[in-house]
Design a protein around this ligand. Structure first.
Ligand code: G6P
Length: 364
């Protein structure tokens, strides 16, 4: 932990602030404009093999699991391969059916999380093909996997993961684009996604510039005992990660729910003391998300929206720059990292080392 804090008061703040350059690093040297695709040198997956994959199963823990959930969505959207993410710990204890047509992907910042490593070893023993999406070069999971891609986030010291989360999702976007272009993603769509990826670093900088306003908001919401995070489809894993971030660093209870499930339970909790953070991208589900906010307003709930345009149902809105619909989740979580950070700061928490948590869990 001898890395320089570079003038920041915590590693968390430093790492949040480094995300534009980190994303630039994961993209560098990989984009192939001629064929509107990307090259991922270490994948070890021939086009013929890639075409035979019928399913993708992503395994990780904590924040890496959430990055994998967004990754699964990207793979389904861009490559049209059925994909889902599962906590590695659950997977390895339920005697999973290991299918030869499934490609397994292990996700880990440290590359040392025991549950992920054990899942990889079990899969390999059963003859499965396992790729790693890992940050630490040469780590156990990277060595054990058949191939994969490094996420190049650089060293991450704060126990809670921020820049590695963002880079992992971008690495999944690259994998999804690569698989998509081997399968049915058109040249035009490949080009559209590449242009979107190239816009990310500048858009991340724009988000980071809004920190003073996010800090004010965080102070206003820091008195909550509990917060609800909602999102739908692309926005749901963003809500889950934002909720995890808030609870890890601020110790405020937070729960994420699909916006579509509000009426099946969480609405009972809504009152003026229970704020909701709503992920509201400007996509085909905008009206549905607005309707969910209306339901909350009708019960006097406070709403903080993260959106691409002002939301009249929300009490406060953090506006983020718009990218391609598929890539929006990459940007929408970033202001909520700052929100979690400033909430924890306002409450005087030990930001880089939250109580009871470790950076990597290398035991069972
Ligand atoms: C711990 C950390 C989390 C991290 C998770 C998985 O719980 O506190 O921040 O997301 O482990 O770690 P990994 O290194 O596998 O991504």
């Amino acid at each position: 932990e001898s890395y320089d804090m570079g003038g920041h008061d915590t590693y968390m703040h430093k790492e949040i602030s480094e995300q534009a350059e980190a994303v630039d690093r994961v993209l560098r040297g990989r984009i192939d404009d001629r064929f509107s695709t990307v090259h991922l040198g270490g994948l070890n997956l021939e086009p013929g093999e890639a075409r035979r994959v019928r399913r993708i199963k992503i395994l990780g823990c904590g924040t890496s699991y959430h990055a994998g959930q967004i990754g699964a969505g990207l793979i389904e959207e861009l490559a049209r391969i059925p994909a889902d993410a599962e906590p590695a710990s659950e997977f390895r204890y339920r005697n999973p059916v290991v299918d030869p047509d499934t490609l397994y992907v292990a996700v880990s910042q440290s590359g040392e999380t025991y549950d992920v490593l054990a899942a990889v070893q079990e899969l390999k023993r059963k003859g499965a093909r396992v790729l790693g999406v890992v940050n630490v070069v040469g780590s156990a999971i990277a060595r054990e996997a058949d191939g994969g891609t490094y996420v190049h986030a650089g060293p991450e010291v704060c126990v809670v993961s921020t820049k590695c989360f963002t880079n992992t999702v971008v690495a999944f976007a690259l994998l999804a684009l690569h698989l998509g272009r081997i399968r049915d993603l058109s040249v035009a769509d490949g080009k559209r996604i590449i242009e979107g990826l190239r816009r990310l670093p500048g858009q991340i900088d724009e988000i980071l510039k809004t920190e003073p306003e996010i800090k004010q908001l965080a102070r206003r919401y820091a008195d909550a005992k509990s917060m609800l995070f909602i999102g739908r489809v692309r926005g749901y894993p963003v809500a889950r990660e934002a909720s995890l971030k808030l609870k890890e660093v601020s110790y405020i209870h937070a729960e994420a729910y699909p916006a579509s499930e509000l009426k099946h339970g969480p609405l009972a909790l809504i009152d003026p003391s229970m704020p909701t953070v709503a992920i509201v991208p400007d996509d085909d589900l905008l009206e549905k998300n607005r309707a969910a906010m209306e339901e909350i307003k009708a019960r006097s709930g406070r709403i903080l929206a993260v959106a691409h345009q002002p939301q009249e149902k929300a009490d406060d809105t953090i506006i983020v720059p718009k990218n391609e619909n598929e890539l929006d989740p990459i940007l929408m979580g970033i202001p909520l990292q700052l929100f979690a950070y400033h909430t924890a700061l306002a409450l005087g928490r030990d930001i880089d080392k939250p109580r009871n948590l470790a950076k990597s869990v290398t035991v069972e």
